[in-house]
Design a protein around this ligand. Structure first.
Ligand code: SF4
Length: 654
């Protein structure tokens, strides 16, 4: 066997049992790896009614057949669970080196189930796998615990997955890290890991990836690395990290000022990548085998946070806990907030979403300082944001309420329906810092139909509308219509979303970084298949590759359908449908835009072959995708979904 290790690890924390399970050829071909392996396990082993924090719930870590090889950026790992935030399907992926290390240790996937009596961490040293006491690590920030484990094991070169205090406290949007700073941010994977009393997974591998055709792999990888030289997206990401998008977002009006009340601000350049690079950038960092190296390392030099250092921030790290909360004048405040979410192990997007919603409730008079324990939740109040992030991480006071996410917080506080208008969520998860009235109608559509709620740049961002104009002819070649380049148009968008969702799904099965594929398009789908075949020695075609993507996407969609979430819930926050984009800066390009969801959904369902009444995949489609067992699961639910009286759309599912 080439590429895959051919086996996975199953660890039951309740019993201490550690099992090795083989992965058959048919299984590997059907699901490829990473996201595919994990989604299959979650669908089959985590029933829709199970509480995500129940010990019987699973959390999976998966890598792909090219992970750890010489192909570009093959160090990522996908983490999948039933999301404690949404109650639906949840996954997230992260860069770093841990994914490659897991492959070197001889594993394609880890499934964790059960709950340990006391805090533990898992130590994987090739085939030697053991659970070790983590009582002394409980409560530590990831950067502290990482160092302590390395000292304990006497090896600076191991790579470690860790959660922070937020995960231990089962914050519903706690994230998971590896290599200290690389985060799988979304859907609350860290909370599920914490609920199992698992602090982390240390990994050391002494093996290699067996490659079927090393010469073909090296030639392909060399050619692709050459393609990055001079690539415009690569240049921007290397020079300024994902913060390179700040000034673009401000110009095109998708900068989420004050919880998306606006789309641009005159002072946005204070926190731009260009400003960051010339003020607080300490050095750049890259993930395994990456030709781009977009990672930042920041050191604050002055002001009250002088001396703080941390990995990051990303655009989606800095924007939600900065301008989304009305903070823009002093960038050090924004860098500091990003450092705090890292240390506590919080998803920066959801943290900003929860605080942003609360600030808007406060502004609109839905809550007062009596509800918040005396905190004045006024826009731009950095002192309060600083406190609240820490209170969320520790589940203290008003932070404990927000730690369940904006929609649940609104219900816990007994607020009227109006409060949910300001939550800016789909299927219980908040949107990232990108306004679809500016970034694009394709992206907006992907928020409505995405298989993990609010989605984000690593999941459904239609890069063909973000960067298509940088690559003349690309949209014509891939989608048959160059006009789809324009963000604020419906032309070509339903097919673009269908196309990009499938590409991102297969990219997540290979566990390569989407910045090196569907952001820059220096690496296209045929290139991915070329290196996949060189590594595995198999003969994947573009058609088969695309079918695997569709299969996984439909499986994840069906998970939601089993929760009775379908067409009624395929929508975006009402603000985007009702409020025309206001003017924030003179040069803004999208003033007056509203998001036209209904014009897009019908056509999208046609491409997907989803029933327009229920939003469920058709039986025929599921059978074609070799998901006949899923078709059987959904059969009795189709009429049930239709016969339910038109009821309020559910905001979360457990
Ligand atoms: S582009 Fe950035 S996130 Fe992607 S692999 Fe490279 S360093 Fe990591």
């Amino acid at each position: 066997m080439y590429g895959w290790a051919g086996k996975r690890l199953r660890v039951n924390l309740s019993t201490g049992e550690i099992l090795t399970e083989p992965l058959s050829y048919e299984y590997r071909r059907k699901w490829i790896g990473g996201r595919g392996f994990n989604s299959d396990v979650i669908y089959n082993e985590v029933p829709p009614g199970l509480d995500p924090f129940d010990p019987e719930a699973r959390v999976c870590f998966g890598v792909g057949p090219v992970s750890g090889s010489a192909a570009p950026s093959t160090g990522r790992v996908t983490i999948t669970c039933k999301s404690p935030l949404t109650g639906g399907f949840g996954d997230s992926n992260m860069g770093g080196h841990w994914g490659a290390e897991l492959k070197y240790a001889g594993w394609d996937q880890i499934i964790i189930q059960g709950r340990a009596k006391n805090p533990v961490y898992l130590w994987i040293d090739d085939d030697n796998v053991e659970l070790r006491d983590a009582s002394h690590l409980w409560g530590k920030f990831p950067r502290e615990a990482d160092q302590m484990i390395k000292e304990e094991l006497g090896d600076e070169d191991i790579h470690i997955v860790l959660i922070g205090p937020a995960g231990e406290n089962m914050v519903r949007f706690a994230c998971t890290f590896n290599d200290v700073w690389r985060a799988a941010g979304r859907t609350g994977t860290g909370g599920v890991i914490g609920s199992k009393n698992l602090k982390g997974i240390a990994c050391r591998g002494s093996g290699t990836v067996k490659v079927a055709d090393p010469r073909a792999l090296l030639e392909c990888s060399d050619r692709l690395r050459q393609a990055f030289k001079g690539d415009i997206m690569k240049e921007g990401l290397y020079e300024h990290g994902s913060l390179c998008l700040i000034n673009v977002a401000n110009r095109d009006g998708w900068f989420p000022w004050k919880n998306f009340q606006g789309g641009a601000h005159p002072n946005a350049d204070n926190m731009s990548g260009e400003t960051h690079s010339t003020t607080v950038l300490k050095h750049r960092e890259g993930c395994y085998a990456c030709p781009i190296c977009c990672g930042r390392f920041t050191k604050i030099h002055d002001g009250k946070y002088a001396g703080e250092e941390f990995g990051g921030p990303e655009y989606e790290h800095a924007v939600p806990t900065g301008p989304r909360l009305g903070i823009i004048d002093d960038a050090n405040d924004i860098w500091h907030n990003a450092r705090l979410t890292n240390d506590y192990g919080l998803d920066g997007i959801e943290t900003g979403g929860a605080i942003g919603a609360a600030m808007e409730w406060y502004e609109k008079g839905l809550i007062t300082a009596k509800d918040t324990g005396g905190l004045e939740l006024t826009w731009g109040n950095e002192e309060v944001v600083d406190k609240l992030i820490q209170m969320i991480g520790r589940r203290e006071g008003f932070g404990d309420i927000l730690a369940d996410g904006a929609d649940r917080a609104a219900d816990k506080l007994g607020l009227p329906d109006e409060a949910h208008y300001y939550s800016i969520t789909t299927r219980g998860m908040t949107l990232p810092g990108d306004d679809p009235r500016g970034l694009g109608f394709g992206y907006g559509l992907s928020f409505a139909v995405g298989t993990r709620g609010g989605c984000d740049h690593l999941r459904s961002l239609c890069c063909l509308e973000l960067s298509g104009a940088l690559y003349p002819g690309l949209n014509t070649k891939l989608l048959g219509d160059e006009r789809a380049n324009r963000p604020v148009t419906t032309v070509g968008k339903p097919y673009m979303v269908y196309y990009e969702e499938n590409q991102k799904t297969t990219t997540d099965c290979l566990n390569v970084c989407c910045f090196t594929t569907h952001w820059s398009y220096a690496v296209t789908t045929p290139d991915q298949i070329e290196y996949l075949n060189a590594v595995t020695g198999l003969d994947f075609t573009e058609e088969e590759f695309q079918e695997v993507g569709e299969r996984i996407f439909n499986l994840e969609r069906s998970y939601w359908n089993r929760l009775m979430s379908g067409a009624r819930e395929d929508t975006v926050p009402e603000r985007f449908l009702k409020e025309p984009m206001p003017q924030g800066v003179e040069y803004q390009t999208n003033v007056g835009a509203v998001f036209p969801l209904n014009n897009l959904l019908k056509k999208y369902y046609e491409y997907r072959d989803w029933d327009p009444a229920t939003g469920f995949p058709s039986e025929k489609k599921l059978n074609v995708l070799k998901l006949d067992y899923v078709a059987k699961d959904l059969a009795p639910l189709r009429s049930k979904y239709l016969s339910e009286p038109e009821k309020k759309k559910k905001k979360y599912y457990h």
